[in-house]
Ligand binder design. Structure first.
Ligand code: ADP
Ligand code: ZN
Length: 724
């Protein structure tokens, strides 16, 4: 018997696949999606079968070493191809992004499953009700662990296997890493708007037709409860549900809600898992042991053989976009995955991204609105303080201080937010006015007081604060700006009797620290909670009745066309933390831009008003969502090489551009012109035609690679969010 030729995608950064030989006796265990160990150069790598070419040369082909477990389903393979094509990223690397690293290498406990064989089956071969019942169950679930087949005699199972309808497979399975006891809760009766949302979403999901819903519900409107009901409605259909949440929202609070509803049939995927734990969760999903997978970005690849629902909560969050490697946006991938698997996708937010709202208006997505909070709790009142008219001694204006004082007297909690990361003070020289910079990243270093260190937030560089300015040798080096630690000191001085807790990404990096802090807030052991908006998003603090924000608008100064949208979202979400319990909430915003439309409309909770002004601006300049953008970034350790290579890319684009309705911006040094010792230049291509952008990006990349080979790196970012 001759060997078979298999076409394999390997995880290396070339835009092509490779042919290998597999012995004939492997044929039975090979299909598109099979994972194979193959030699590649001097290494062994895990590749994935993408096809079986019938006409191909055999000469010089290397042999497959071994078939590994856990083949990828047809749905995921289709998704991988789509991503590779859409994001212009090698197929092998796109597949690697979907699969946990430890899969196929770790040694794991195995369990037996009965699995449906694909193909048409002759139902006439079935004898008796038990056999047809089992076949029906398999059609529904595709794979069923033997543990759950207690009701069937081994002869019944054998009958299906003998007739080629099912097969017995060994799959590796582990217990969920944090299986705990949970007391089931009773789902609340839905409010009318919630019930209506559940009706339309579940109806479509039951029909098994693809559709995207934009669930636009104000903060505290009970969106999570809508998801829970829709997932519960899927139970018994054998279809799984994926729930994507921003990493920071993956709290025990939220997981508890899912566990109380769905017990042990929940898989959790978050960045705190070890590779091994992640692989175990992955196998519980593909093995049919769970109904719901909940996790951050990469959970969009949860390997449910059959999928009913994909929820993207807080769909406007930037963290859904991966910023290196395969630069995918999990929200967009969720939509495509749902489409490929005839599932329903629900995008939920109180502040939808311009993109999603635009799609809803265009009729591409179905729009479902929840305008009222649960139990008709009022929206918090929002007031704005113009800090330019306030005394300068304190970070906080007198009106905000008085409001906090009132809360202390009434034994209610206040949340004070600062729009900065960590204790992110910059050290500046009082003589020349220059901030102290990272030698390799051209961004200001930030001063971390507790360690007395200056750190770069792009690379790992750190140093002691200098006595003299590195630029002019002046001795007057001092901190600029306010960080959470400085604010903490000030708040402690203003409210000496209050119990104060600080929550930012530096002091709550460990999950446990974060959870403990939230627990203290829940139990009412904290009067004033200080933190950055980044951290406070998505949490439910029932006893918080006041939210105060300083510097909420610093983001407006960033060189990014989405800065107004981000500011509107930030303030609306922060305001959403107030008054989620029984007492009404109040929000006070300090700003230097009181007239800006992003602030005006967040004051009145007027999303449509904001959208109207923002979309007018985007339309005028041809920015997304009106047109599409691709960013091309060129990097080199030599500044001149990077600049020259960027010009090569530009010339190629200019040449091809003639007569096309496409705009080219740049190339220019990136706002952060140097990262990890590499000089960066970027250009933006804008067009309403995706195909045009695709072609231009491929050609520009090729032009640079042809001329510079590996000395220059070209990164193509489709639908970029980060323009820094
Ligand atoms: P969102 O996700 O829109 O912010 P949640 O689903 O978290 O809102 O709901 C906010 C709060 O209201 C939660 O404490 C939740 O348990 C509660 N809640 C949601 N729906 C109902 C309902 N129909 N009846 C009573 N309480 C509800
Ligand atoms: Zn740096």
């Amino acid at each position: 018997m001759p060997d078979i030729i298999v076409e394999i995608a390997v995880p290396v950064s070339v835009q092509k696949t490779f042919h290998y030989l597999a012995p004939e006796d492997m044929r039975g265990s090979l299909s598109v999606g099979s994972r194979l160990l193959v030699p590649f150069g001097s290494r062994r790598v895990t590749g994935t079968v993408v096809g079986f070419p019938d006409k191909a040369g055999r000469a010089g082909l290397k042999k497959v070493i071994e078939v590994l477990g856990d083949p990828l389903s047809p749905g995921l393979m289709k998704l991988a191809r789509w991503m590779s094509d859409y994001y212009l990223h090698p197929l092998g690397l796109s597949i690697e992004t979907m699969v946990p690293r430890a899969l196929g290498t770790a040694r794991v406990r195995t369990t037996r499953f009965l699995q449906m064989r694909s193909g048409d089956h002759d139902v006439n071969l079935i004898r008796g009700p038990k056999q047809s019942e089992l076949l029906f169950l398999l059609c529904d679930r595709q794979v069923v662990p033997f543990d759950e087949l207690g009701g069937y005699a081994s002869t019944t199972i054998k009958a299906l296997v003998d007739r080629g309808m099912a097969e017995i497979v060994e799959k590796a399975i582990e217990q969920s890493p944090d299986e705990q006891l949970f007391v089931p809760d009773r789902p609340p009766d839905l409010m009318p708007e919630q019930a209506e949302a559940v009706r339309s979403i579940s109806g479509t999901a039951a029909a098994g037709t693809f559709e995207v819903f934009l669930l636009h519900g104000v903060t505290g409107s009970g969106k999570t409860e809508v998801y829970l009901h829709c997932i519960a409605a899927l139970a018994g259909t054998g279809k799984g549900a994926i729930v994507l949440v921003p990493e920071i929202a993956l709290t025990p609070q939220l997981l508890g809600r899912f566990r109380r509803r769905f017990g042990g049939r929940v898989a959790v995927l978050h960045s705190g898992l070890t590779d091994r734990e992640r692989a175990d969760e992955y196998r519980r999903i593909s093995g049919g042991l769970v109904d719901v997978a909940i996790g951050a970005r990469s959970a969009v690849f949860a390997p449910f053989p059959k999928l009913g629902l994909v929820v993207v909560d807080e769909e406007h969050e930037n963290s859904y976009k991966q910023d290196d490697g395969l630069r995918y946006h999990a929200r967009d991938v969720a939509v495509v995955r749902a489409k490929f698997q005839d599932a329903v996708c629900v995008l939920g937010s109180a502040t939808p991204s311009l993109e999603s709202y635009y799609n809803a208006k265009a009729g591409k997505y179905r729009y479902v609105r929840i305008a009222n909070r649960v139990d008709h709790r009022p929206m918090p009142g929002v007031s704005i303080i113009d800090v330019r008219t306030q005394p300068r001694e304190s970070v906080y204006a007198p009106a905000l201080i008085a409001a906090v004082q009132q809360r202390l007297e009434k034994k209610e909690q206040s949340l004070l937010l600062l729009n900065r990361r960590g204790f992110s003070s910059v050290l500046i020289c009082g003589d020349c006015g220059k901030a102290i910079q990272c030698p390799s990243c051209s961004v200001s270093l930030t001063f971390h007081k507790s360690e007395r260190k200056l750190k770069c937030h792009y690379c790992d560089f750190h140093r002691l604060p200098p006595d003299r300015c590195p630029v002019c040798s002046g001795v007057n080096v001092k901190p600029l700006g306010t960080g959470t630690q400085k604010v903490e000191e000030e708040v402690a001085a203003l409210f000496p009797n209050a119990r104060i807790a600080r929550m930012d990404s530096d002091n709550t990096r460990g999950r446990d620290a974060h959870d403990r802090l939230l627990g203290r807030v829940d139990r009412g052991e904290v009067d004033i909670l200080l933190g950055t908006q980044m951290i406070a998003k998505g949490h439910d603090f029932p006893a918080v009745t006041l939210v105060g924000a300083v510097d909420a608008d610093v983001g407006l100064n960033l060189p990014d066309f989405r800065s107004a949208e981000k500011t509107f979202q930030l303030i609306t979400q922060a305001a959403g933390r107030a008054g989620r319990g029984d007492a009404a909430g109040e929000v006070i915003i300090q700003t230097m831009n009181p007239g800006h439309y992003s602030l005006r409309h967040s004051m009145t909770h007027d999303y449509d008003g904001f959208y109207g002004e923002e979309i007018a601006y985007r339309t005028e300049l041809g920015y997304p969502p009106v047109r599409r953008v691709v960013k091309i970034e060129v990097k080199s350790s030599q500044e001149k090489t990077a600049a020259d290579a960027a010009k090569v890319a530009k010339d190629r684009v200019r040449f091809l551009l003639k007569g096309k309705e496409t705009t080219l911006l740049g190339p220019a040094p990136s706002p952060v012109a140097r990262v990890r010792g590499k000089y960066r230049f970027q250009m933006l291509l804008l067009s309403s035609k995706r195909e045009t952008l695709r072609m231009l990006a491929i050609e520009a990349r090729k032009a640079v690679e042809d001329k510079y080979g590996r000395t220059v790196q070209v990164i193509v970012d489709v639908d970029p969010l980060n323009l820094m």
